[in-house]
Design a protein around this ligand. Structure first.
Ligand code: GDG
Length: 743
């Protein structure tokens, strides 16, 4: 689609710039001295960034801050003017309404939003909307490509722009991109309900970023699982080796501007608003909630809980008031209008049922409120009742805690991301009216000392990781990922290194090639038996091995029988079971040690128990090794079981005769003192080679890399840390190198 845009290379940084990208620009039009001006809105994200950049220590971190976002055609006239009262340079993107509507109201808010908030029955599956979503993302990417300069940092926000990182990466391979998701990333069982091509495009798009941030550990885990299930990429400590790059997924629970909310009580306007609230509601306990109009926020369930509370505790009638503020949002979508109707019917019914001449149980407002009034309400509220059915984070809960300097109890849904950090809140299942009613009773009768104690603990946490720390943490980690990528990159076999290796190989008078088998010469298979060499590989090895100057060795964890069966006609040395047995070309096998095998009888039952407990795992028995393979087990289960097995073996294998190896989806127990490093050294010492190459992918190959560090060129296949000199990202790169040798 964007073929006309030439590839660019970002190399030399000039001035450093931060480019923020979100669906909407953080601006609003206002009137000043009779003139229309463009003003910065005080939405969460823009306030977050502003408070971060206002700190003295970071003033020169970015010399320029640009914000790219969609704007309305009706605002065009004002936005095209140069002067804006904003801290960011505004880059408006005007998207045709016929694209924008289907993109935003369609795929974003009628497909992704309900699905990612666990409302699968609300999801609309519409191919045309998805196409408009692609088009809108493409427009964002094209605009970015025009703006981006070397050294820029791009920070893309939220589910409206899943595809943008990938589209930008395609054209500028080394640009620095961070992505943050503000809503939950659902479990794979939910995510998988999207059409297959949509899922793939979303995951690929996201993996175009260098760092992908989520609010909670759970969302990170869900995302990593979806990456594995949809594209087959695994991760190591949340780092995915995707194509030729490392991509990191991590959690960054967004914070609030703690100081601003905590000190709000000192503002004149807040004091005045508070006075007016207390005057109107004398001697009443106030329960408060504020949410955008959205079915995810759980307002109707909250009302059911409140009614049950009034029924169970009639002593509170006329003594408590629920101030319920609902802020208009997405009014064009029918589900939102329906929700408004439901809420208003329920409020009407409850007020009709319980009101007296001097009291009504709910004060309902359907409107925006300004910052000072919001803070006054937070301060006046004895209880904040925040019960979303799902919420990425929920900032209202955090703001309430930050604002409550004199008293206050937070009742919080356990299904909001914020529940992870606000353990001292009264946490409830928002669907359980009994629990909500009980929490209200507990909150309204909680001694002040307990209220203050709970608040203090939460406030400490919120002030330590406030919104400025959140911005800092994210941007800092993005830089770290880029540094890690660069250091990994330095180790990759680039085309010039590759040329040099080939030249050295050709010039050498005597060469030694030591190659691991599984994961190096062939990809992994479901079962070890299935990973047999094909004709091409055998031909390639035969051609290399028959060169009198080349001593070729396959050095594997496999047993002697299978290696011999597969390579009997190839002039190659074989090392079996990590060095327990060696067979030189045209010779018989020699055993390195004559070892007592009785330990296998003792340990086998333990492995068998793990096979029973982990479907599709299996045991492989070799001469000197017992191996438990879990490659085919459901990944999370496999990993957990493998840790349990390691723990059990740690207690069983204590006499020093055996060693336990935590390999690539396999745990091996073998006789100690035998490893690929010792075997490789032995083979190398037999000839006086002027070219030694060692290649492997697994933990057991690290022994070779270490032991031959002074003698050999060492290459690790695949991602992950290694002591090898160089790395290649995939197994096919090694095959290509061997073909070049053979030429
Ligand atoms: C998304 C995720 C995640 C609301 N009404 C008024 C008003 N607000 C302010 C609140 C708060 C913010 O808007 C709402 O934030 P939430 O976190 O509660 O919810 P979403 O808008 O759905 O935000 C959410 C968030 O992104 C951040 O990552 O936490 O889970 O869904 O700051 O104070 N502020 C004023 N008047 C209002 O009428 N002044």
């Amino acid at each position: 689609m964007n073929q006309d845009i030439p590839s660019k290379k970002v190399s030399e940084p000039s001035i450093s710039r931060l480019i923020l990208v979100s669906n909407r620009l953080p601006i609003q039009l206002a009137k000043k001295n009779g003139k229309v001006i463009v003003k910065q809105s005080d939405g969460g994200l823009v306030t977050a960034l502003k408070s971060y950049f206002d700190q003295e220590s970071v003033t020169d971190a970015f010399q320029e801050k640009i914000w790219v976002g969609a704007a309305d055609f009706s605002e065009k006239r004002w936005l095209m003017l140069d002067q804006h009262n904003c801290d960011f340079k505004i880059e408006p993107l005007f998207i045709e309404p016929k694209i924008y509507n289907k993109y935003y109201n369609g795929f974003c808010n009628a497909t992704i939003w309900p699905l990612f908030h666990y409302f699968p029955s609300y999801v609309i599956y519409d191919q045309d909307s998805f196409e408009k979503y692609e088009q809108a993302n493409q427009l964002f990417a094209e605009r970015l490509l025009k703006i981006i300069r070397p050294g820029d940092t791009i920070w893309i926000h939220d589910y409206q722009l899943f595809l943008v990182p990938g589209l930008v990466r395609e054209k500028i391979p080394d640009v620095s991109i961070g992505f943050f998701l503000h809503i939950p990333f659902p479990s794979f069982e939910i995510f998988r309900l999207l059409h297959r091509p949509w899922k793939e495009k979303i995951i690929r798009g996201l993996l175009g970023a260098d760092l992908i941030g989520f609010h909670t550990h759970e969302y990170v885990q869900h995302f990593l699982k979806s990456v594995r299930m949809v594209l087959g990429y695994d991760h190591q400590y949340r780092v995915i080796a995707f194509e030729n790059r490392l991509v990191k997924a991590d959690l960054f629970p967004i914070g609030v501007d703690f100081a601003r909310f905590n000190q709000a009580s000192e503002r004149k306007a807040v004091i005045e608003a508070k006075e007016s609230i207390t005057k109107n509601l004398p001697d009443k306990k106030i329960i408060f909630s504020v949410d955008r109009l959205d079915y995810t926020k759980g307002v109707t369930h909250r009302l059911v809980g409140y009614e049950l509370f009034l029924r169970l505790h009639p002593e509170w009638l006329e003594k408590v008031v629920f101030v319920l503020v609902v802020v208009p949002s997405r009014q064009i979508i029918s589900k939102y209008n329906e929700r408004r109707k439901l809420i208003e019917e329920e409020v009407g019914r409850l007020n009709g049922k319980y009101s007296t001449l001097s009291w009504q149980p709910i004060i309902y407002r359907y409107s925006q409120i300004d910052f000072d009034e919001l803070c006054a309400l937070y301060q006046c509220a004895d209880v904040a009742l925040i019960t979303p059915l799902r919420d990425g984070m929920n900032l209202v809960a955090k703001e309430y805690v930050a604002c409550s300097t004199q008293r206050g109890v937070l009742i919080l849904s356990e299904l909001a991301g914020a529940a992870n950090e606000l353990g001292e809140a009264l946490q409830v299942n928002p669907l359980d009216a009994q629990e909500v009613a009980a929490a209200l009773q507990q909150a309204l009768t909680m001694p002040l000392s307990e209220q203050l104690h709970r608040l203090a603990l939460m406030q400490k946490r919120l002030s330590t990781y406030d919104v400025a720390s959140w911005v800092h943490d994210f941007l800092h980690q993005l830089t770290e990922v880029k540094t890690q990528q660069a250091s990994e990159q330095r180790k990759y076999v680039t085309s010039s290194i590759r040329r040099e290796i080939i030249q050295n190989f050709r010039r050498a008078q005597s060469r030694n090639l030591l190659l691991d088998y599984d994961g190096t010469l062939v990809p992994f298979a479901r079962h070890p038996r299935e990973a047999m060499p094909d004709k091409n590989l055998l031909k390639l090895l035969a051609s290399l091995g028959s060169d009198s100057k080349t001593n070729l060795t396959i050095i594997s964890g496999r047993d002697a029988t299978i290696l011999e069966e597969w390579f009997q006609d190839v002039p190659v040395n074989l090392v079996a079971e990590h060095g327990a047995a060696i067979k030189r070309v045209q010779q018989e096998w020699t055993q390195e040690k004559d070892i007592d095998q009785s330990w296998k009888r003792v340990l086998r039952p333990t492995l068998e128990m793990f096979v029973k407990r982990s479907p599709r795992s299996f045991i492989e028995e070799k001469n000197h090794t017992l191996a438990w393979h879990y490659r085919n087990v459901e990944p999370e289960l496999g990993f957990t079981r493998s840790r349990e097995l390691l723990d059990s073996l740690f207690h069983l294998v204590r006499n020093g005769q055996l060693q336990v190896i935590d390999g690539n989806k396999v745990i091996e127990i073998r006789v100690a003192g035998i490893d690929k490093g010792v075997a490789a050294r032995k083979i190398i010492d037999e000839t006086n080679s002027d070219f030694v190459l060692v290649v492997g992918d697994d933990k057991t190959d690290e022994d070779m890399f270490r032991s031959l560090a002074d003698r050999a060129l060492t290459i690790k296949v695949g991602p992950g840390h290694s002591v090898a000199q160089y790395s290649v990202l995939n197994q096919q790169d090694i095959i290509r190198l061997l073909y070049d040798f053979a030429e």
